[in-house]
Design a binder for this molecule. Structure first.
Ligand code: CTP
Length: 408
């Protein structure tokens, strides 16, 4: 199964000193999972070379309306774009865009696209305050263009004032907020748990397991791409880039995860328990480090709460609940039994004894077990597995999933 296409962002760069900050915008968008195509104006290249953007972006930077590899690059870019962001946007660019001029690749792309457009002006204070700039901006805003206004601070040549390009983080946040707006999970809140819990023995030791949290993070990432509001309740520091629709809750023990997921469950439309919750924990936690001179400790364990079963028992009408199971023997039969026993919609089972599957790997092979049957996802990236699970979640949510009298 191939990876889903990433959302395409056309990053227009125009000729101002802040063009060097567009490099950071490019890098952060790529890191957040966007497919970034830089389009540089002739003047932008006076400030930053196209090689810099080409090295960081998803495709080589484009500069020419004529003579390039594609005969009509502006319509191809305009159609591919999910968002077009222009950073920095000079006074000259704003005037051209407001007038509808299409004499270069960026101008033509902007007229050819139906995607939302974000402009991030940057210029000297006198220019920013000039009525023509403000009127051009007002025209663009009236046409639905989003403006990320400049900030106040040092400008070129030692000047200080308003006109400084907004910080790259702020620009990226606006763009990411727009991506996925039409995804199949837009408007839904999804809570995902990830990682292995740690059950303390004493202040320096704990019981845990080999879960890396990668599958949970892949689920959170894919859900963001598909437009969901995502909360990731995780025992490991996520490698996910910050995202305006992502909230991360760090937990450590099963008890902390239970409390955090309980809060999320009150508003979540879908709950995905990808975490490897410890099944047992020490009954007592020593206040002080256990030392060898005290002899070999006898650990007495107790069961942890079954978070998934608890969430399913208290589920809100319409809420979709997904569990994961790592098995070594007869995985599908065991997953069927677990799904029914825990009362969840989907049980995603992996045979962790198979090569390339489960813990620590970037790949996974799973079977998604539901009331209506099983779907196999052969060895693929954890992103592909995440999307296969979310396809099923999206189907259930779209069908206005309701508990049936016969249960799950
Ligand atoms: N789970 C949970 N709380 C626990 C244990 C597991 O919420 N205390 C969740 C996991 O996040 C996962 C699913 O339940 O979604 C795993 O089911 P489980 O029956 O616990 O699987 P195993 O831990 O593999 O159980 P067993 O060892 O009994 O097969």
């Amino acid at each position: 199964m191939p990876d889903r296409p990433q959302p395409t962002v056309v990053l227009g760069v125009t000729g101002g000193i802040a063009a060097y900050k567009a490099v950071e915008v490019c890098r952060r968008l790529v890191e957040a999972g966007a497919h970034v195509v830089p389009v540089l104006t002739a003047d932008a290249r006076r400030f930053v070379g196209e090689a810099t953007f080409s090295a960081l972006a998803s495709e080589p930077a484009q500069t020419e309306l004529f003579g390039g590899p594609t005969p009509i690059p502006h319509t191809a870019l305009g159609r591919a774009a999910e968002v077009v962001v222009v950073a920095p946007a000079t006074a000259d660019f704003l005037a051209r865009y407001a007038a509808g001029l299409a004499g270069d690749l960026l101008g033509a792309t902007l007229l050819a696209t139906q995607a939302p457009v974000v402009v991030c002006p940057a210029m000297h204070t006198e220019m920013w305050e000039h009525p023509s700039v403000q009127e051009n901006l007002a025209t663009l805003v009236r046409r639905g263009v989003t403006v990320v206004p400049p900030g106040t601070g040092p400008l070129a040549a030692g000047d200080v004032g308003v006109g400084r390009l907004a910080e790259p983080e702020a620009i990226v946040e606006v763009v990411l907020g727009m991506l996925g707006a039409h995804g199949d999970l837009a408007g839904y809140a999804v809570a995902v748990s990830a990682g292995g819990t740690r059950e303390p023995i004493d202040p320096v030791r704990h019981l845990s397991n080999r879960s890396s949290g990668k599958q949970g993070q892949a689920l959170a990432h894919a859900a963001l791409r598909r437009g969901a509001e995502v909360t990731l309740v995780t025992t490991v520091d996520p490698v996910l880039a910050p995202h305006p629709r992502l909230r991360v809750v760090r937990v450590s023990t099963a008890a902390e995860m239970e409390a955090a997921m309980g809060v999320e469950a009150e508003k979540a439309d879908a709950i995905i328990m990808a975490a490897a919750v410890a099944d047992f924990r020490p009954v007592t936690v020593a206040d002080h480090k256990l030392t060898k001179d005290q002899g070999v400790p006898q650990l007495v364990l107790e069961r942890t709460p079954d978070i998934l079963a608890g969430l399913a028992a208290r589920r809100r009408p319409g809420q979709v609940i997904v569990g994961f199971a790592a098995e070594t023997d007869d995985p599908v039969a065991r997953a069927r039994a677990k799904r029914a026993a825990k009362g969840v919609d989907l049980m995603v089972v992996n045979d962790v004894s198979a090569p390339g599957v489960g813990f620590d790997h970037d790949t996974n092979a799973v079977t998604i077990v539901s009331a209506s049957g099983e779907q196999e996802v052969p060895l693929s990236t954890k992103t592909v597995v995440a999307d296969a699970v979310l396809d099923r979640v999206a189907e259930l949510l779209a069908a206005g999933h309701r508990l049936t009298p016969e249960g799950h």
